[in-house]
Design a protein around this ligand. Structure first.
Ligand code: ATP
Length: 449
């Protein structure tokens, strides 16, 4: 973990937020390469969910959330972790994370009884600051998918099985944020709510668990580094009938990367008024404020059906950490030196191609390199970097360390002889001469193929 944290800062993946003011605990900023990696991971998820299927729509809802949404979702009452205070050093800990009944900070056994601590951030709305009008920062993106259910159904004519996908920020006032970007207070989620006819939910749950495992493997996280954890009934969230966690071997241990829950009809039911057809779980949340019916009417029988929901919910930040951890390797070279390589899958690499002019002050070479950069950039594969530091060997090492799959070097032969460039492969370190006329096709094939 220390090596990843150091590399993240050195190369510009992740920075501690507000570090010039001593930081803010559990809050991180993504740097020039981190933002690319994160965007690429989110784009891969969106592609797999929305573009490559024909049964999922996208959504981008607001972060600031009406209090009532989180009251009827059950979060006001139950979205809490058990908190204990150390009476000796005044630190606070999550009771369920303590291995022994003593303070991990000072070792004192003088701890308070656990009490529930609500994890939601509140914020004032409007100019009056008397605490009467507040909203929440959403603790999960899911709720706005449920409250927009009817809007999406009415505007797209979807009928179950179909899903709504969303990527966005979520906020939790974690008692003990830790392990770099693994447990933070501001993070991003990639959430799918997949609505299915009741009775088909268990089958769909299994289907989504498999689909999500496959997706992580495609992102470079090997199957044997992932485990499924079937959450015992006593530990299930208030909305869940069954949850399967995708666990990953993070540098600090085996922990949750993604949760895949069968949320039943709980959420649609609890945001609706007086529905008779609900399961018992959803009926518990008797709703007096909503006049909406979040349900689907069967065209023939005219009966209303509240779909069940399967929710694969993945953390972007945990995904970035997992992908970085898998990509990181230190290789011994034949000449006795070492190189650090981030072996990202090409679609995730922050920089796809670096274009390096062999000689810095040579106008012909520089112009050619700029032209090649612009040509490759137009392919729409992601960031292509023109970099004129002049030292090719150092450039290769630097790009190994940030995971750039290909380096293209423009030299004298390029402009004087045969219009070819050297393409150097990150993983094999092999170099080959490629004609500039065929370079776009070559790069497209290597990066997108
Ligand atoms: P944990 O048990 O680790 O606190 P959770 O079960 O509360 O997680 P969910 O509510 O299932 O998490 O959220 C779905 C996903 O959102 C998680 O699998 C995780 O990837 C991500 N996530 C949740 N909380 C955080 C956090 N504090 N920091 C970063 N990612 C988070």
């Amino acid at each position: 973990m220390e090596e990843l944290v150091a590399l993240s800062k050195r190369r510009g993946f992740v920075f501690q937020s507000a570090d010039i003011y001593g930081g803010l605990q559990g809050i991180y900023d993504y740097g020039p390469l981190g933002v690319e990696l994160k965007n690429n991971l989110k784009a891969a998820w969106w592609r797999a969910m929305v573009y490559e299927r024909d049964d999922i729509e996208g959504l981008d809802a607001a972060i600031i959330t009406n209090q009532k949404i989180l009251r009827y979702s059950g979060h006001e009452a139950t979205f809490s972790d058990p908190l204990v205070d150390c009476r000796n050093c005044k630190s606070r800990w999550r009771a369920d994370h303590l291995k022994e009944a003593k303070c991990p900070g000072c070792g004192s056994k003088d701890l308070t009884e656990p009490r529930p601590f609500n994890l939601m951030f509140k914020t004032g709305i409007g100019p009056v600051d008397d605490g009467s009008s507040f909203a929440y920062l959403r603790p999960e993106t899911a709720q706005a998918i449920f409250t927009n259910f009817k809007n999406v159904v009415d505007s797209t004519s979807r009928r179950p099985p179909f899903g709504i996908a969303q990527i966005g920020k979520a906020f939790r006032n974690e008692i003990t944020p830790r392990n770099f970007v693994f447990r933070v207070r501001e993070f991003e989620q990639m959430e799918l709510e997949f609505f299915v006819p009741p009775g088909t939910d268990e089958e769909w749950h299994r289907t989504w668990v498999e689909a999500r495992l496959d997706w992580w493997v495609q992102q470079g996280v090997p199957r044997d580094r992932l485990e499924l954890y079937y959450v015992p009934e006593k530990d299930l969230s208030h909305y869940s009938k069954a949850t399967v966690d995708v666990m990953y071997r993070f540098p600090h241990g085996l922990e949750e990367l993604e949760g895949i829950a069968n949320r039943t009809d709980f959420d649609l039911g609890s945001h609706s008024k007086n529905q008779d057809e609900l399961s018992l779980r959803a009926k518990v949340m008797a709703n007096v404020d909503s006049n909406t019916r979040l349900a689907i009417q069967d065209i023939e029988s005219k009966k209303w059906v509240v779909p069940y929901v399967i929710e694969p919910s993945a953390g972007v930040d945990r995904g970035v950490l997992a992908v970085m951890n898998e990509a990181y390797r230190v290789e011994k070279l034949e000449n006795g030196t070492e190189r650090i390589v981030m072996g990202f899958k090409p679609h995730l690499a922050p920089i796809k191609v670096a274009v390096l002019p062999l000689k810095r002050n040579h106008e012909g070479i520089m112009n050619k390199a700029v032209a090649i950069k612009q040509m490759l950039q137009k392919l729409g594969l992601g960031r292509i970097l023109f970099e004129d530091t002049g030292n090719i060997g150092k450039g290769y090492r630097r790009h190994d360390e940030v995971g750039t799959p290909l380096c293209v070097t423009v030299d004298f032969d390029t402009i004087e002889k045969d219009d070819t460039v050297t393409v150097r492969d990150r993983d094999s370190m092999q170099q080959e001469r490629i004609a500039v006329s065929g370079l776009s096709a070559y790069v497209t094939n290597r990066i997108a193929g």
